[in-house]
Design a protein around this ligand. Structure first.
Ligand code: SF4
Length: 458
């Protein structure tokens, strides 16, 4: 594993993570509910309609973590959560009307907010509603995931979640260093996380994934090193090491973090380098960008076989599905379109009560978007781009179409991020940390100076 800190420093900057292309910044208010309904109904007429992937947004949390950049609402009021859950079930029925009943749901994701801010029984009722209206794929073909806040779940709950059909869990760890936890207002112990991970193994959960964050206030290499040792000892199957994005102008809660407590650019890089070094020494493989998985995990196999996919929830091993987002702020991605629901919880609930699907913005991809999405997906998921294949698939001449991208590509060749051998562009091992940088060469909308809108690459 080559980790060239000097090269990483040179390519730091802000940019999209390409969970979609075009990214959410390009969504427009001209895209309406009737566009969404038309596209959803048309997706049933494909020669082989895609499987469905359902994303549920459960926005409530008991208290705010100060680094948070999610669409969420802080509440301890059960009536508020109950009312949203009732509307979520109505929204399931509204969305189900648009899709042929025989289309299998092979992917499902409960995200937030904190899905586990709800009682386990309430989550069970939600899953019952899903199976009432949708055709859930056979257990061995499912990738059903739930995000877990370890402060809200007991070990016994994990087997209940497995009983509902969840076979993947994702645990927000961030950092075990107590000083960091206090500085971000999220105190949880390694023992809690360890107990949940053991419970997941006992319950037959196929994959447990941890999220860590570097660049948090009060973080030091010594403290983060201890966190990494504890994480490795617990042994999750997958890990994501995200860079903290300090954007207080967009996320007011982050103003509670004094800038003076944030590690400087050098230290951020040291923290990430430390994670790479420790994880690879412990046998984790680098999937791409900031994602790692144990050798033998299906994510590694999918990467090796060129079967990796990417959607709003990150990397996945499943073939591309039509993604149906349900809940305030959720994004759907159907065919060549993206559509976002109203992020305002009260307005979203009101619309659902009136039988409307409250789309507030979206985009229908044009031909250029489709071609560029193909190139960007290929780089983000396979770390390579076969120019001849792209030409065949879209009837273009690569050199004509992307002629003005070659200056940037050649710079990346000189820097050792990519190689170009004949018609094959291949991202090097070192370049895999900067996939989003390489992909951005094919992004027609990206302005490198879009300060404050995107997170930093490192
Ligand atoms: S980080 Fe997660 S748990 Fe914390 S406030 Fe944000 S959504 Fe809630």
């Amino acid at each position: 594993m080559k980790f060239d800190t000097e090269m990483m420093r040179r390519h730091d900057g802000r940019g999209p993570r390409y969970t979609s292309y075009p990214t959410a910044l390009q969504f427009s208010g001209d895209f309406t509910e009737s566009d969404y309904r038309r596209i959803a109904l048309a997706s049933n007429e494909e020669l082989i309609p895609r499987d469905l992937s359902l994303y549920f947004h459960l926005p409530f949390c008991k208290e705010a973590c100060w680094y948070c950049g999610c669409h969420r609402a802080i509440t301890r009021r059960e009536d508020r959560k109950d009312s949203y859950m009732r509307r979520l079930r109505d929204a399931i029925a509204l969305q189900a009307e648009l899709f042929d009943r025989d289309r299998p749901v092979s992917q499902l994701h409960l995200g937030g907010g904190t899905p586990t801010a709800y009682a386990i029984d309430a989550l069970g009722d939600l899953m019952d509603s899903v199976s009432e209206y949708f055709n859930l794929a056979a257990p061995e073909q499912r990738e059903f995931a739930i995000e877990i806040d370890p402060r809200t779940v007991a070990s016994e709950d994990i087997s209940s979640l497995a009983g509902m059909g969840f076979n993947r869990i994702s645990i927000g760890v961030q950092d075990f260093d107590e000083r960091v936890q206090k500085a971000i207002n999220r105190v949880q112990s390694a023992a809690q996380v360890d107990a949940l991970t053991r419970a997941a193994r006992r319950a037959g959960i196929l994959s447990t994934s941890f999220d860590l964050i570097y660049g948090l206030p009060m973080q030091t290499p010594a403290g983060f090193s201890r966190t990494l040792d504890e994480v490795i000892a617990i042994g999750p199957d997958r890990l994501s090491i995200y860079a903290y994005a300090h954007l207080p102008e967009r996320f007011p809660v982050q103003r509670l973090i004094p800038e003076a407590q944030l590690p400087d650019a050098e230290t951020r890089l040291d923290l990430f380098a430390l994670a790479v070094e420790k994880l690879t020494a412990a046998g984790y493989e680098h999937i791409g960008m900031d994602h790692f998985a144990r050798a033998g995990d299906e994510l590694v196999e999918a990467r090796n076989q060129g079967r990796l996919h990417r959607n709003f929830q990150g990397y996945s091993t499943h073939p591309e599905c039509d993604l149906v987002g349900i809940g305030a702020s959720a994004i759907s991605s159907i065919g060549d379109s993206h559509a976002q629901m109203d992020p305002d919880i009260a307005r979203w609930e009101q619309a659902i009560a009136e039988g409307r699907i409250p789309i507030v913005r979206g985009i229908e991809l044009n031909r250029d978007d489709v071609i560029r999405r193909d190139a960007i997906q290929s780089i983000m998921c396979r770390g390579r781009l076969d120019m001849a294949e792209l030409e065949r698939r879209h009837e273009i001449d690569f050199a004509d179409y992307f002629g003005n991208s070659f200056t940037a590509l050649n710079r990346y060749v000189e820097d050792g991020l990519i190689t170009i051998d004949g018609r094959i562009l291949e991202v090097t091992e070192a370049g895999r940390f900067l996939l989003r940088r390489v992909a951005s060469v094919f992004d027609a909308y990206h302005q490198p100076s879009t300060k404050g809108r995107y997170s930093r690459v490192i």
